[in-house]
Design a protein around this ligand. Structure first.
Ligand code: SF4
Length: 298
C-alpha cells in the first residue's frame, strides 16, 4: 500500500562543493565576457550541467586541441601541471584559471616537498590517488618527476624505503584506504631503516569530501528510499552512492528526472541526494518527478 503523504527531502549538504561552485561561476562570468570559452576537459562529471554550459557557449576540448587557435582557455577545479600553463602562455591564450584553492594549496605543498628532497639529494614524494585523474596529473607535474603514484596498498612494495618519504593523497580519495596505506608504509619504513622518522604524512583529503560521508550516512538512514543523482562518469558519485547503499539498500542512482521509476510503494519518506558534481537544480527536477510518481500512486 502506498503512503498517503510521504516526505520528500533534498539533502542540504549535497550538490556542488565550493571548488566546483566557484569554477561554474568563473565559467559563467567568462562566457558573459568572451562569448565562447574552451574548457580543458569536462568541467563537472554531470551531463546535464555540461549541456547547460554548452548552450551558454562553452566548448570542451582536449589538451591536444588547445593548439593556439583557441583564444580563451578555461582550467577547471582539478588544476593542471605547470607544463599546461607554459604551453598556453606560449600560444598567447587568455587563461581563466578556476583551480580549486584546496587543490592549489596541495599542489604548492607537493612542489615544495619535492624541491626540498631534490636539494637535499634524497627523499621521495608518494601520492595516493587514481592514475589518469586530472588532479593527479596536475600533482605529478608539480614534482617534476620526483613523485611516485600509488593507487592501491599492494603498490606499497614499489617504494624505495631507504630514503625519507612524504605521503600525500588525492583530495577525493577514501579516508579509510589512505589511513590503511599510511600504516603499511610507516611499518615497512621502520622495518627497513630501523627508524620511525623517515615518513611524513599529509592528509590532503578535502574536508568537504570527508564530511560528506557521515552527513550522507545520516541522511540515507533516515529515509525509506534514497534517490542518488549523479553523472555516470563521476567517481565521487560512484563512491558516495556506494556508501549510501551500504546504509540504505533502497538506494537508486539516476542521472536525471527521466530515469526515476516507481520505487516508492509503502515509503513514508524519500530522500534526494547527489554527488559533489550534481547541481541543485537537477535534484529539484528529480524531487518534482518523485512527487508526480507519488501522487499517481494514491
Ligand atoms: S572536492 Fe574539495 S578539493 Fe575538490 S574541488 Fe571540491 S572543494 Fe575543491
Amino acid at each position: 500500500m502506498s503512503h498517503p503523504f510521504p516526505i520528500i527531502e533534498i539533502d542540504r549538504f549535497s550538490g556542488f562543493c565550493s571548488g566546483v561552485n566557484r569554477a561554474i561561476k568563473a565559467a559563467e562570468e567568462g562566457l558573459k565576457r568572451y562569448g565562447t570559452i574552451h574548457s580543458l576537459g569536462s568541467l563537472v562529471h554531470n551531463e546535464e550541467e555540461i549541456s547547460r554550459l554548452r548552450k551558454l557557449g562553452m566548448e570542451f576540448i582536449t589538451h591536444e586541441e588547445a593548439d593556439g587557435s583557441k583564444q580563451v582557455v578555461f582550467i577547471r577545479a582539478h588544476g593542471e601541471p605547470p607544463e599546461t600553463y607554459r604551453k598556453l602562455e606560449d600560444q598567447g591564450a587568455v587563461v581563466i584559471d578556476a583551480t580549486c584553492p584546496v587543490v592549489l594549496r596541495l599542489q604548492h605543498r607537493v612542489r615544495e616537498s619535492s624541491r626540498q628532497f631534490r636539494e637535499s639529494g634524497s627523499g621521495q614524494v608518494v601520492i595516493f590517488g587514481k592514475p589518469g585523474h586530472p588532479e593527479i596529473i596536475g600533482l605529478l607535474g608539480q614534482a617534476e618527476g620526483n613523485a611516485l603514484l600509488i593507487s592501491k596498498k599492494e603498490e606499497a612494495e614499489l617504494i624505495d624505503y631507504s630514503q625519507p618519504l612524504h605521503l600525500f593523497v588525492q583530495t577525493t580519495a577514501s579516508e579509510a584506504e589512505y589511513a590503511e596505506l599510511c600504516v603499511i608504509i610507516a611499518a615497512k619504513s621502520r622495518q627497513q631503516t630501523g627508524r620511525s622518522d623517515m615518513v611524513t604524512v599529509t592528509n590532503s583529503i578535502c574536508r568537504q569530501m570527508s564530511r560528506r560521508v557521515p552527513e550522507l550516512k545520516a541522511f540515507a538512514a533516515r529515509h525509506d528510499v534514497l534517490i542518488f543523482v549523479s553523472g555516470k562518469d563521476s567517481s565521487n558519485g560512484k563512491y558516495l552512492s556506494g556508501i549510501a547503499r551500504e546504509v540504505n539498500p533502497e538506494t537508486y542512482v539516476v542521472a536525471g528526472a527521466g530515469e526515476v521509476e516507481n520505487w516508492f510503494f509503502g515509503a513514508a519518506s524519500i530522500g534526494i541526494s547527489g554527488a559533489t558534481s550534481t547541481p541543485v537544480w537537477l535534484m529539484e527536477e528529480v524531487a518534482a518527478r518523485v512527487s508526480e510518481i507519488v501522487q499517481s500512486n494514491k
